[in-house]
Design a protein around this ligand. Sequence first.
Ligand code: GLN
Length: 275
Amino acid sequence: MTSIAQALQQARAQLQTSDTAQLDAEVLMMHVLGKPRSYLHAWPEAQLDTKQLEQFTALVEARSAGQPVAYLTGQREFWSLQLEVSEHTLIPRPDTELLVEQTLALLPADEPLQVLDAGTGSGAIALALAHERPHWQVFASDRSPECLVVACHNAARLGLGNIHFFTGHWCDAVAGQRLDALVSNPPYIAEQDPHLGEGDVRFEPRSALSAGSEGLDDLTQLAAAATRVLKPGGHILLEHGFEQAEAVRILLKDNELSEISSIRDLAGHERVSHA
Ligand code: GLN
């Protein structure tokens, strides 16, 4: 027989290569038991049944081989919403909450705005916006049908009816519309960046992460699309790498967009640009 505490201790030892060994082990245990973290601490002596132990052991094995915890549990929290993710979607990052926060801060809350999240992946940005602004009509596009299945499940599970999903590249699906805002967290890592070969990102879709030799290919397309899909006075908000702010401001300026600014994250890095 193995108790929760014993299984967690073994898992921590096996996951030593991860800097989040303790957290990873607990999240996987919570997933197997279907219980909150408080349960693990309240009942460390509780025994796992054979099936639970087998499942936990297999998950710890996969984690020690590098698989991201979010793909093993199929879930990740973003903007306090519990989202389904799959290996077809990027795992939503806390950094992207800055983009959501700025979109909410810069656009009028009570007007029935039309906003597009281009390249929605798991739906993270669109879902957070739709959740916070029930009066807005949120559009979400992705060219991956597998991502859209995940994003649609998330919207249905969260009971969000004010999101409309489209298969298509960036703004193609809404061509002809005039939107109040275009928001995106596109791929922006340079193809040769060695970070793409390290840690959890190795398991994420390359197409969600990298964008040409400088990482600017998709940001370039989005800046150009803004002039076609935005209403006069509409807003574009783009997430980018912290060393790309100057390049993104130039892209926005080259497309005749005005009132350009970059916003810093808590670490002081310019992570979002707005025009
Ligand atoms: N919009 C999604 C997110 O922020 C997916 C982004 C991506 O795949 N580059 O998580």
